[in-house]
Design a protein around this ligand. Sequence first.
Ligand code: CU
Length: 313
Amino acid sequence: MIWSIAPEQASTQAEAFDRIFAMMTGFSLFVVALVGALIFVFSLLFRAKRGTPRRSVKALQNRQIEVFWTAVTAFFAIFFFWYTSTASLDAIEAPAGAMEYHVEAKQWMWKTRHPSGARELNAMHVPVGRPVTVFLNSQDVIHSFYVPAFRIKQDVVPGRTSTVWFEATKPGTYRLFCAEFCGTDHAKMTGRVVAMAPGDYARWLETRAEGETLAATGARLFVSAGCAGCHEEGSDVHAPSLAGLFGREIPLADGRQVTADADYLRDSILLPGRDIAAGYEPIMPNFSGMLEDGEVEALVAYIRTLSEEEASR
Ligand SMILES: [Cu+2]
C-alpha cells in the first residue's frame, strides 16, 4: 500500500479521506513536476544565443492558449471543490439511528458516557459496524477530539456542543489524542477508542456499572434546579412548554427566528435575557454560576428526549 506512512484505516470515512489526500498530493506533485520540467526545457531551448540582440524576442500573445489554460485550471478547481465538499458533507451528517456518546473534555482528560449511562475515563468502547455520534463539550479550554485511525478531528469549544460521528470497521484499539494545545499537560491528554465486535461489546457493557444516562441526569436536574416549577405543563407561570421544542423554529420577540438547537437551549439557560421567545415575558432567571460543569449538557439532553417522545407518539 502506498500510504503506509498513514495510520491504519479503521472507519468508514477513512477511505474517502485517504483518497482525497492521495489525489490532492498526486495532483500537486504532477503540477510541480510539469512546471519544473517546462522551466528546465524552456531555459535550454530559448536561452539567448551569442550575439542575439536582447530586445528582438517578441512576447507571445495567443488568446487560444489563454482560454485553454484558464479553462483547464478552473475545471480542476471546481472538480476538487465538488469532490472534497461532498465527502466532507457526508462526514458531518451522522446517519439516523447512530448511538449517542457524550464526551466531556477537561484539562487533561476525556470523560465518556455511553448510551447506557456507563462511564469511562480516557477510553471509549464502541461496537464495530454501528454509526456512533459523539457529543463533545469542554469544561475549560478548547480541546480537539482526534482519532487518526478514523480520520476524524473535531474541536471541542467551551460554551457549545460539537458533534462528530464515525463507524468503526474493524476491531482494535485506536489512539485518541487532544489535537489542540490546551495547557501544561496537553501532550498527556490521550486516550483510546476500543472497537469491539458487537457481541463482545454487549458482554463488555454488562460488566460495567450501568450509570445514569445523561438525559436521566437532566430529568432529575429539571426538577431539582427548579426548571419544572415554570416549564412543567399545568404550571401557573406563563413559560414555554419544552415538549417538542428541540429542533423547531422559534419566533423571537424581536422578530428573528432561531432553531432551538443545543446551543440555543444552552444560551437560554445561561443567558436567558438574550433571545426571548415571542409571546413571553423575560422572567427566566439566569442559571450561569448555579449549575455545575456538565449539568447544562444534561438538561439539554433531557429537553432533546422530550422532542423524541413527541415524534414517536
Ligand atoms: Cu486538550
